[in-house]
Design a protein around this ligand. Structure first.
Ligand code: GLU
Length: 504
């Protein structure tokens, strides 16, 4: 692909070089609060930031926003790091990873926020507020009663220096609020386009620093994005409403803000909202349910745009490198991203297929299935040698969407003998069948099928009837894979063993 400049065609490498010089190398961040598990929405935010950085040789930063200590859940940072690593998302800077912009945990940056809040107090953009919780509650209740939007009335904005000194002298606790103004220019959202929202119409002056010395999300988020040199903020659309507020804070500091892009909501296929409580949206649950990381990652990218997916063209599994190469923020749709769970199954199937084609990965896959079999059927006695497992996997890949399916009741017959079947069986018929099959050299599906057909004709039994009996004898099931297929998979001796066991 070439680019045209002044009627001259430039090779791609030069175009890229120009771009590199014109734009800063991106620094993006994923800034979760350690309040629980990583869910699908969080994973998407992390993934898109990561892919954006990766595609432009930028940096992907992990920052833990734990300023609300009351919501902190023990162990969640560790779980988060585990989930990101599992998904193949590599953090370049962050807690436990390092980087020159640290610390990367907000509760370890309190002196930085103190220093910066002083600047806003000095330049008159912020003020001390002594209103008690009781007064704030009264304001809230009053507003609700008279059907107004509950918001702080900015009373402490107008306190005199003497009032302030007196209150401080009396030891009254205070927080620090930001003076909101209507002076917020619209901003260009990288995904939604122009956004204009006058936050001061709907909110009172927001708290930047709480009375316990901890910053609020809004303040710490802005200070850190600036100090960490973040160039692009890609985050969930639920934060879009806060962005104009953030822009006012940037302005108060005299800082240039990063560019903002808000990722649309992820919704169910029918458009209804996903709930964090829906157990299947936790990344950990996907992992425990046999979903492979690359499958989950591809699944996410299929729902919201940003990539080269052609609708209706079928799913193709892409590597992280391919995804990064294709990713373009302006291709992300601003409509809610609808998840289609069928695509997750398809992605996982494709991932199993990919792993089977790779020497190393297929060995791991085989070992995983061996473990699952041993665990599910502790008394299993049948062949679970590597070669056999691999044959089964190659056969099964079109029928399953996860490895765990192969130890479900539907496929259990592959590893254990079927339990006693209830059918009234014509033992003579099966005797003759054993004799007939023993003479067969080739035990492969199409040939076997023909042979069974021939046997049914010669023995005066309808073919479907014979299949029904054999399926039950071989697998204990009333439905499932084709009988000849089953016999091929079980092998000649195991198939005959099972028939003989019934005749005996
Ligand atoms: N701490 C916020 C969260 O939990 C981060 C929002 C942002 O990215 O600015 O999602």
């Amino acid at each position: 692909m070439n680019s045209v400049l002044n009627n001259r065609v430039l090779p791609v490498s030069i175009v890229n070089l120009c771009r590199t010089f014109k734009t800063k190398v991106p620094r993006v961040r994923f800034a979760p609060s350690p309040t629980g598990y990583l869910h699908l929405g969080g994973l998407r935010t992390a993934l898109y930031n990561y892919l954006f950085a990766k595609s432009r040789n930028g940096s992907f930063i992990l920052r833990i926003e734990d300023t609300d200590q009351t919501r902190k859940v023990e162990g969640s940072v560790k779980a988060l790091l585990k989930d990101l690593k599992w998904a193949g998302i590599e953090c370049h800077e962050g807690p436990g990873i390092g980087g020159k912009y640290g610390p990367y945990v907000q509760s370890e940056r309190l002196p930085i926020y103190q220093e910066h809040i002083s600047k806003l107090l000095e330049n008159g953009s912020a003020y001390k507020c002594f209103c008690t919780e009781r007064r704030l509650n009264l304001l809230r209740r009053d507003a609700v009663r008279s059907q107004r939007i509950p918001k702080y009335d900015n009373r402490c904005r107008s306190l005199s220096e003497e009032d302030i000194s007196e209150k401080i002298g009396a030891g009254s606790p205070y927080c620090i609020r930001f003076k909101l103004s209507s002076d917020c220019s619209a901003f260009e959202d990288l995904i939604f386009g122009g956004i204009a929202y006058d936050v001061s119409l709907n909110e009172g002056d927001p708290v930047l620093m709480k009375s316990d010395g901890y910053p609020t999300y809004h303040f710490a988020n802005v200070v850190d994005d600036h100090l960490m040199d973040v160039t692009h903020v890609l985050r969930g659309v639920e934060w879009q409403i806060s962005t104009t507020k953030h822009l006012l804070i940037y302005k108060a500091f005299g800082w240039t803000p990063p560019q903002f892009g808000h990722l649309p909501l992820i919704v169910n296929a029918d458009g209804t909202k996903l709930s964090k409580r829906q157990s299947d949206v936790k990344v950990e649950d996907y992992r425990n349910n046999g979903i492979f990381p690359l499958a989950l990652v591809n699944y996410i990218t299929l729902s919201g745009g940003g990539f080269d997916h052609v609708p209706g063209a079928g799913v193709r599994l892409k590597s992280m490198d391919e995804l990064a190469e294709e990713f373009q923020i302006d291709r992300i749709s601003s409509h809610p991203s609808r998840l289609n769970p069928d695509l997750l199954q398809e992605c996982n199937r494709l991932e199993i297929r990919r792993q089977l084609q790779d020497d190393q990965l297929s060995q791991t896959l085989v070992a995983k299935l061996q473990d699952l079999i041993k665990h599910t059927y502790p008394s299993q006695t049948l062949d679970i040698e590597k070669e056999h497992i691999k044959t089964v996997l190659n056969w099964a890949v079109a029928r399953i969407s996860k490895i765990e399916d192969l130890v479900s009741s539907k496929f259990g017959f592959l590893w254990i003998l079927p339990s006693n079947n209830q059918m009234d069986i014509d033992k003579d018929l099966l005797h003759r069948l054993v004799e007939y099959l023993e003479t067969q050299e080739v035990f492969e599906e199409p040939i076997l099928k023909d042979k069974l057909r021939e046997f049914s004709k010669n023995n005066n039994i309808k073919f479907p009837e014979l299949m029904k009996i054999l399926r039950s004898v071989l697998s204990g099931l009333s439905e499932g894979p084709g009988v000849a297929e089953m016999m091929h998979l079980l092998g000649k001796s195991q198939s005959l063993e099972r028939i003989k066991a019934v005749v005996r």
